[in-house]
Design a protein around this ligand. Structure first.
Ligand code: MLT
Length: 243
């Protein structure tokens, strides 16, 4: 399976993703939050790129039915119902509701990839579900790591490497792009002590300092949930296999 990897979303232009099968990865924490919200019964997650868009969408929804979630600098946005800690997204908080999610990098990455043929959210929590989906629908994949403030985020790169390692379990392409090679090789180097590599990334350290250390334990659980968030009509919903 051929693969391209973008190590941050910020350089992605529509031609990079048009008609491709695209996986957006933001391990800490947007994609982990999206997977969790859908697992706990949210009807849909609407990823937005800024406050204005979030406000516009909210103004058109029944206030009983939507929840606004998101962060700036890791902290809940003033006036929002929820922050961006996946552990806040309990069944009580989101069941049968639409979630408008506004984060610094992760939700913006989705807004760059809307021209994709298939667009899904990936993280450690749902890694196998993503791999299974990609194998079923295509023989090539484009992975867009959200990264952090235009820079590589190691936890996203390692997650991309894990997906490639599984996708290439039977046959690794002979020619790799440099960024796919980087993600794959980093994962293969760190996989025997993945837990230490993940817990010391820059963003993991920032979250620990802010008191979100428990989010790391939560987000780094590989294959804990089998939810596949699938993007269509400006929203991510649980993917249902066509009958
Ligand atoms: C983001 O989208 O930048 C992240 O999800 C930030 C965070 O950890 O809340």
């Amino acid at each position: 399976m051929d693969a391209e990897v973008f190590l941050t979303y910020s350089s992605v232009v529509p031609e990079d993703v048009r008609d491709q099968t695209v996986v957006v990865i933001d391990v800490l924490r947007a994609c982990s939050t999206i997977v969790t919200a859908l697992d706990r019964g949210a009807r849909a997650v609407l990823p937005v790129s800024d406050m204005a868009e979030a406000g516009r969408i909210a103004a058109n929804l029944d206030p009983d039915v939507y929840r606004l979630g998101g962060e700036r600098d890791g902290e809940k946005i003033d006036g929002y119902h929820l922050g961006n800690s996946p552990r806040e997204y309990t069944q009580d908080a989101v069941d049968q509701r639409d979630l408008i999610l506004n984060t610094t990098n992760g939700t913006r990455a989705f807004t760059r990839a809307t021209e994709a043929k298939h667009l899904v959210a990936g993280c450690f929590l749902n890694a196998e579900r993503v791999v299974d989906f990609v194998r079923t629908v295509d023989d090539e994949v484009t992975i867009v790591c959200a990264g952090s403030r235009n820079r590589l985020a190691l936890e996203d790169t390692l997650c991309a490497g894990l997906l490639l390692d599984r996708l290439w379990a039977h046959e690794k392409p002979t020619l790799l792009t440099d960024s796919a090679h980087t993600a794959y090789t980093l994962y293969r180097t760190d996989r025997n002590d993945l837990s230490s590599a993940l817990r010391t990334t820059n963003h993991a350290e920032r979250l620990k300092q802010k008191g979100f250390g428990d989010d790391l334990e939560y987000c780094f659980r590989t294959d804990a949930l089998s939810v596949l968030p699938y993007y269509s009509d400006n929203r991510l919903q649980r993917y249902q296999r066509p009958q």
